[in-house]
Unconditional design. Structure first.
Length: 230
C-alpha cells in the first residue's frame, strides 16, 4: 500500500514535466535511483533558469552602490574597526541568503525592538522573498557619541519575489553600534551590532554632482506588520 501511494504521488510530477517535453529526463532520473524530491528539485532548478536573470545595477548607476575607492577589505581585519562593522553586515545578509533567520537576528542589538522580537515574527519579515542576496558597500568613518561608536554601511539588496519569481533591487543602509571600552562594558556590548536598517541616504555632494543612487523601499513587505506580542 505504501508503495502504491508513493507511486501515485509521482504521477502529477511526471505529468507536469511532460507538458514541456522533459518527461524523459524525469523518468530516467527515477529509473537511475533518484527519488521524487530530487526530481522535483531538478525541475524547479530548470524553471528558475528560465526566469529573468538577476542583474543588480552596477556601482555608480541608478540603483547601484556608490563608487568608493576603498571597498570592503578582505582577509583578517580589526573586528573593532569600520571594516569589522562591514563584515558583520556581510555576514548578516549571508545568513539571510541561507535562510538562517535565527542566526541573522542574533546580529541585531538584543535590547532593541527587532533583536528582542520572537523568532517567528522576525522570520515573517522575509516570507515574501524566494531569494535574498546583497552587495556590501564601503563603510563610513566611525563616529562616536555617549560612549558608543557608530558606523553606516550601504547595501544593495536584491533577489526574487516568492509569489512570481520576479527580481527586486533596493538600496539600504545599515547602522551598526558598539560600546567603547568604557568601564563595566561587557565583551558582548563591545562588538558591533545592527542598530537599524533603513532606506539609503546618499552623503551630501556638491551642487550638480550625481550620486548614482535612489531612495529605496523596505527590504521586507511585512515590515511594520510583525510585532512582538505583549
Amino acid at each position: 500500500m505504501r508503495h502504491a501511494i508513493k507511486t501515485a504521488a509521482l504521477l502529477p510530477l511526471l505529468l507536469v514535466v511532460a507538458c514541456d517535453g522533459r518527461e524523459e529526463s524525469a523518468i530516467d532520473n527515477l529509473a537511475n535511483g533518484a527519488n521524487a524530491s530530487q526530481v522535483g528539485n531538478n525541475v524547479r532548478a530548470e524553471a528558475m533558469a528560465l526566469m529573468e536573470p538577476l542583474n543588480p545595477p552596477a556601482p555608480g548607476t541608478p540603483g547601484g552602490l556608490p563608487v568608493d575607492p576603498a571597498p570592503i577589505a578582505e582577509g583578517a581585519i580589526d573586528p573593532d574597526s569600520a571594516q569589522g562593522a562591514a563584515q558583520v553586515v556581510q555576514g548578516y545578509y549571508g545568513l539571510l541568503e541561507e535562510k538562517r533567520f535565527e542566526d541573522a537576528q542574533d546580529l541585531w542589538d538584543q535590547e532593541g525592538a527587532i533583536g528582542a522580537q520572537d523568532d517567528a515574527h522576525f522570520e515573517a519579515r522575509f516570507r515574501g522573498f524566494g531569494e535574498i542576496h546583497a552587495n556590501i558597500g564601503a563603510p563610513s568613518l566611525e563616529e562616536g557619541a555617549a560612549g558608543s561608536a557608530f558606523v553606516t554601511v550601504p547595501v544593495q539588496v536584491y533577489g526574487r519575489i516568492k509569489a512570481n519569481g520576479k527580481p527586486f533591487y533596493t538600496l539600504r543602509q545599515v547602522v551598526l553600534r558598539r560600546v567603547n571600552d568604557v568601564p563595566g562594558a561587557t565583551q558582548e556590548q563591545r562588538r558591533w551590532h545592527i542598530e537599524s536598517i533603513g532606506a539609503y541616504v546618499p552623503p551630501p555632494q556638491p551642487e550638480g554632482a550625481g550620486n548614482g543612487a535612489e531612495s529605496a523601499e523596505a527590504i521586507s513587505m511585512t515590515d511594520g506588520m510583525a510585532r512582538k506580542p505583549k
